[in-house]
Design a binder for this molecule. Structure first.
Ligand code: GLN
Length: 539
């Protein structure tokens, strides 16, 4: 196996994850089998317990791992199948070392950062390599910025690892920033030089330097960076701000032929140039669509760029499929509570209520769902958004006054959404939700089944504690709520829909974790199509 290690310098939020994912895309289009992973130096065991304010979205894998949102980029940009093995945190590393120490596995030795912690990190890379013998290239991105104390052990482990597997099998890529200084009228290379110096101090000489620039990388700066960072000039690569879409990133990096530089370094130079036509076509559809729809995403972390990352990406995928630009209006549902739904979301072609926890803004979400139902605006509820649709229907169509989820009102007279028995005694908050992929049965003749191309079974990813309360199933069905899917094992409600409505669907699972650029998720695709019809009707 060959290895690519991607580090970052100067500042965070450079798009290191996107750069890594884009390299994955390019290598895959050269016919290589790629697997991606992320090492995060923070002490949380996983990001599952972190607030979106800290961390953005928590991305859930098939096996139920709650991971960094960069794994979402990896799954969207490459086809490698990821598991909990592909997101290692310092929390996991230390947890494992301390457990081993308690079990006496270190045989009386003093347990130390080096070698015991670094060995633990290397062991993970070995394990991933061994479990995936068919993979040609393993790309590992290291979270954080070079120079952070907490990342040091990871970098030291990589340095050792490269030595052990042979430097000819490893490519170190460092992503840095070239800040543009207005007063000087030029982009500066000093921060890059300093951050590469930091890397070299700990024994890592990058093979390729990716320079994030607002504009372009001129020859003079390329020469300077090459000279002072000890790399060949051609190995200094520009990573420009893309104009329209993150899916342009692989095409941008291809301009300096980064994939060629990588394969030459790791002895895979015989692979053909990447065939990027279908990716390019997708990007063209994203950038120059024929139609336009406006969709409100009505949640509580609306001001955060990354809190609903996968949902925004899924809307882009579905939009491209329908040659449509999806203009997203981010709506804080507390505003709907204050001003009313018509004022805030009266102009949109579709309303999407995403997942969420805690009761802030839920009444506003219920108002949004009601507005969508009554005004026949396409509605798509995801996880909490499905629970909201159920509560709204129970209250306003079935007349169940005060119906609610026990998450928001423990004493509700009508707990239409409640905890399952096995969730009742749970005290640990980490990794104890219903998590990961499971199978569900689709009922023929429903809108959902039609969208899934009449599949009988589907597999979708979950991340929630509360469920549709089966005690209320009949009462809601009598009034017209259709249950279009239930879980294959326990019969838990997975999808609800309203038949006499242009599009009104709530899914208990998270379809946004399985949408890909050229394969939009069927529910997103159906939602955007319905929104487009709405726009054309209204317009
Ligand atoms: N808070 C809800 C639950 O735990 C919904 C979770 C979600 O939307 N991811 O069931």
């Amino acid at each position: 196996m060959k290895y690519i290690f991607v580090t970052g310098g100067v500042v965070s939020s450079l798009g290191k994850g996107l750069a890594a994912a884009s390299i994955g895309t390019l290598l895959e289009h050269r016919g290589l089998k790629v697997l991606m992973q992320k090492f995060d130096p923070y002490l949380n065991v996983d990001p599952g317990t972190m607030s979106p304010y800290q961390h953005g979205e928590v991305y859930v894998l098939d096996d139920g791992a709650e991971t960094d949102l960069d794994l979402g980029h990896y799954e969207r940009f490459t086809s490698g199948v990821l598991s909990r093995m592909n997101n290692l945190t310092s929390g996991q590393v230390f947890d494992s070392v301390i457990r081993k120490e308690r079990r006496g596995e270190y045989l009386g030795k003093t347990v130390q950062f080096i070698p015991h912690v670094t060995d633990e990190i290397k062991a993970r890379i070995h394990e991933v390599a061994e479990k995936n013998p068919d993979v040609d290239v393993l790309i590992t991105e290291i979270g954080g910025t070079v120079g952070d104390m907490e990342g040091l052990l990871f970098l030291e482990a990589l340095r050792q690892y490269a030595l052990e597997v042979g430097k000819e099998n490893v490519c170190f890529i460092h992503v840095t920033l070239l800040p543009y200084i207005k007063a000087a009228g030029e982009a500066k290379t000093k921060p890059t030089q300093q951050s590469v110096a930091k890397l070299r101090e700990i024994g890592i000489q990058p093979d390729i330097i990716i320079c994030r620039t607002e504009t372009d990388l001129d020859e003079d700066n390329r020469r300077k960076i090459a000279m002072f960072c000890n790399v060949e000039r051609k190995n200094v690569v520009a990573f420009r701000d893309v104009d329209h879409s993150i899916y342009e990133c692989p095409l941008d990096l291809r301009r300096d032929k980064i994939d060629r530089l990588v394969v030459d370094k790791i002895g895979l130079g015989h692979t053909p140039s990447p065939a990027l036509e279908s990716w390019e076509r997708f990007v063209q559809r994203v950038i120059h669509p024929k139609h336009k729809v406006t969709i409100a995403v009505a949640g509580k972390y609306i001001e955060l760029q990354d809190a609903y990352k996968s949902i925004y990406e899924s809307l882009i995928h579905a939009g491209a499929h329908h040659d449509t630009k999806v203009h997203v209006v981010r709506v804080d549902t507390e505003e709907i509570e204050d001003k009313g739904a018509r004022e805030v979301i009266g102009m949109v072609d579709g309303i999407l209520v995403p997942g969420g926890f805690g009761d802030r803004g839920t009444e506003g979400k219920i108002l949004a769902a009601k507005y969508a139902r009554e005004k026949r605006i396409p509605y798509f509820g995801i996880c909490l958004g499905m629970q909201i649709a159920t509560i709204e229907f129970a209250r306003n169509v079935c007349g169940l006054k005060g119906a609610n989820s026990t998450e928001f009102d423990k004493a509700t007279p009508h707990p239409v959404i409640c905890l399952q028995e096995e969730q009742k005694g749970v005290e640990d908050m980490g990794a104890t939700m219903r998590l990961g992929a499971s199978q569900a049965i689709l009922f023929a003749g429903t809108r959902a089944a039609q969208l899934y191309d009449n599949a009988e079974r589907i597999q979708e990813r979950h991340r929630h504690r509360y469920e549709f309360n089966s005690d209320y199933q009949e009462r809601l069905q009598e009034k017209g709520l259709v249950i279009s899917s239930v879980s294959a094992d326990e019969g838990l409600v997975e999808i609800v829909e309203l038949p006499d409505h242009p599009f009104y669907i709530g899914a208990q699972f998270h379809p946004e974790f399985q949408s890909k650029p050229n394969h939009p998720h069927p529910l997103f695709s159906g939602f955007v199509a319905a929104a487009l019809e709405h726009a054309q009707r209204e317009g």
